[in-house]
Design a protein around this ligand. Sequence first.
Ligand code: ADP
Length: 356
Amino acid sequence: MNILVLNVGSSSIKYTLFKNTKILFSNLIERIGEKKGKFKTHSLALKEIKTQLTLKNANIDVIGHRVVHGGKIKKPSKITNNIIKKLKKVAELAPLHEIPEIKVIELSHKLFPKQKQYAVFDTAFYHTLPNKAKIYGIPYKFFRAGIQKFGFHGLSHKYVSQKLKGKTITCHLGSGCSITAIKNKKAIDTSMGFTPLEGLVMGTRSGSLDPAIIPYLIKHQKLSLKQIDQLLNRKSGLLGISGISNDLRDLLKNKNPRAKLAVEIFIYKITQYIGSYTATLNGLDNLVFTAGIGENSHMVREKILNNLSYLGIKIDKNKNKTNAKIISTKNSKVKVMVTKTNETLMIAKEILKITK
Ligand code: ADP
């Protein structure tokens, strides 16, 4: 079966055509809506993708759309008007991705009317979260009204943990960062929450903070809700602390003490989450690092792992330096892995499973 996977970002569309799980071809259209970009809108970009596919004589059986926020939808779903309605309801919780994703889904049905189309959600992996992990410590009526932990990056956490039995912690450390606790292949807690803002310090996102800071800023700094949103999502994290860059590579090269401080805080929070989730799991068998930072920065991994020696983790320094698949020693109590994530392939696999 030929599956076209569309991965829509705030200013990009990546598409991959699979024959089952084998890639036939793949391309990326970037800078959508930007001055230097070739395409003003996601709709124009999708029309271009159709042209490129036609020129290649591509045969497409089904289309899979990656959707960041699926709300309470538990599994990959055939797209219907009802599904689109549900997605529109949660779109404001991850607006940068979800609004263009919905646009692309709607147009894709017009451009590819013969193909069945499915949505695969980053949130679906978390439908197994127990209530004690999912519900916030605010009046229960807000849970009834839909405020709960949803979790994100689910396709990545699932991909890198799919073969691991027992107690696993997966660390997706990219420009967005999240950590997930998994027991026998089921997610039981995760660091991102109602939106992708909760949890770790990220490239430009603050992660968790004392909620009382928000009314304080509104009152004393006279910030509007929009400014607060910008502050926490776009101007915080590594960028906000360092005042230099949101890119870890820039900070690792920079001798400025604030660059060092930003990296130190970033690592501190990751270490804390791993400790916390080891308690949640009552032990740990596997620890996985993935995404841009997790896959490439041996320095970050080493600093995190040095503080986890109490778990009986032993690292082979040379293997860590070369980003080997397994970086722990044979006598380490926890198997520590570096695994390249592949969300696109995960989407193709999910679609194959439900169309069988
Ligand atoms: P995205 O969420 O945009 O897909 P990535 O998973 O590509 O993000 O991760 C981007 C982050 O990975 C950036 O902070 C970048 O600095 C970091 N990164 C990539 N390669 C390296 C490396 N060799 N060493 C340290 N950090 C790296």
